[in-house]
Design a protein around this ligand. Sequence first.
Ligand code: ZN
Length: 287
Amino acid sequence: VIEARPGIRGLDGEDVVLRMDDVGAASKRWEVHGRTRVSVAGRRLPFPGNLLFLKYLPPIKQWGPYRELDAAQWERILDALARAGARLSVPVTAGWVERDGRVTPFPARFPAQARVLRRGLEARLVEILNHGWTHCVLEGGRFRPRLFHGNREFHREFVDGLPPEVHRDHLRRAQEILQDCFGVAIAGLVPPGNAFTRDTLAAAVALGIRYVSAKRVARWGEVPGLVLVDNARVWHFHDRDVVRGGVGWLARMLEGFRGRRFLTLREAAARSAAPAGTPPTRDRAGS
Ligand SMILES: [Zn+2]
């Protein structure tokens, strides 16, 4: 386990690990919930932010819907990374969930974005990780927006209470799609919404995953064969931040890290697994 350093979010000496979650995830389309509290004269009051259309209106709207980053934006992201000498770890959700519950593989749903990401991988500017197959619970259509409630709890994929074979099946499908799309072994997992169980971790090891990054990632204890990288060691944000703030937002953030060394999650994991005194290995495959 890479330990969190209290008070230093994402920074460990000179090194920075950047991670942008939710690329390809249909939760950006279907996860809709509103504010349930508002501040009035310094008091926090209940507010029916999940009622009907209210949850779609800023500033009541809390998450989706928002657009997928397009290929032109990805080109500019790669440019910004190259200019800053930075690397970005990109957990991709391998399947896009349609309203009727069908799941379209990432390269079929977003072929132009997949092409740019492949180039970023070859240029060692990005690392691709597994961010689940669906990012949500498919059973019973519970991922769909509701009239009178938010649906945030169903936009986690590896939730407790699902049979172990669902964890295995979703992870395996995601591995197959991503490895086929990007032509590299996918060795990292970022569980959607920080939800995972022992079943998820066991399935991950069996599928060749070697490191996992999440909030409170060590909550189930150590797992042989897995390096656990706590979110506290990673500068993590969402594609939503770039959709809202523009690629300029990302470029300004990179500027703020000027002079620091950027590591992929794989490199950070390799470093933590190595005996003390071993120099950091560079990530040749960029994945
Ligand atoms: Zn996510």
